[in-house]
Design a protein around this ligand. Sequence first.
Ligand SMILES: C[S@@+](CC[C@H](N)C(=O)[O-])C[C@H]1O[C@@H](n2cnc3c(N)ncnc32)[C@H](O)[C@@H]1O
Length: 216
Amino acid sequence: MFSALRNQTAFFRQFRQRFETTGAIAPSSRFLARSMTSYLALRDPAVPVRVLEIGPGTGPVTNSIVRLLRPGDVFDLVELNAEFVQILQQRFESEPAWASAKTQSQIHQLPVQEFEASAPYDFVISGLPLNNFPAELVKSIAENYFRLLKPGGVLSYFEYMYVRPIRKVVSRGAERMRITSIDTTLQSHCDRCRIRRDNIWLNTPPAWVQHLRGLE
Ligand SMILES: C[S@@+](CC[C@H](N)C(=O)[O-])C[C@H]1O[C@@H](n2cnc3c(N)ncnc32)[C@H](O)[C@@H]1O
């Protein structure tokens, strides 16, 4: 209870200090975390998998992932923010479900656009606030998602509901061009690869979770 409150406070502080990269007022809900890990939950437990989480923050989605890991799985986390990395490290030390996944998990503190993986992943689970980023960065991150994903693997990411459609209408000039370009990039990936979209109303704010399959 105390640590949940501490994580919420740390998240809100980072929201105020680093709005562009934190991108949310509060950590994701357990309902959103469940949707983000729904394909991982369906994997064959007898076959080891590689899992990558991008932008874990204080770890609400990580908390679902660690419970689904099996012996032999590999779990990498890529997080930019040093304060969040410290919280994640503490959770791997102190929370039983996290501690049992510690030896198969590795936190990498760097921007995902600089992350070099030793092999592609079966599951890429991303919490990046793409709508806040420059359009060119979104293009390169989206390409990276598919470079990091095995053919046939599953990419799951979330975005807050209606943010892009509304911003496309109300914004002007350079901001309108930025948001339209992000929309084109993400929509083209969804058109080619989307498996499913979940509507998560019980989250602050409500979110869409997009699930895409890596091309074979
Ligand atoms: C919207 S928060 C999501 C946090 C958490 N996954 C959740 O659902 O509550 C976005 C997270 O992405 C991280 N982040 C932003 N840009 C990043 C980048 N280029 N590479 C890695 N992490 C990044 C932020 O520091 C933050 O932890």
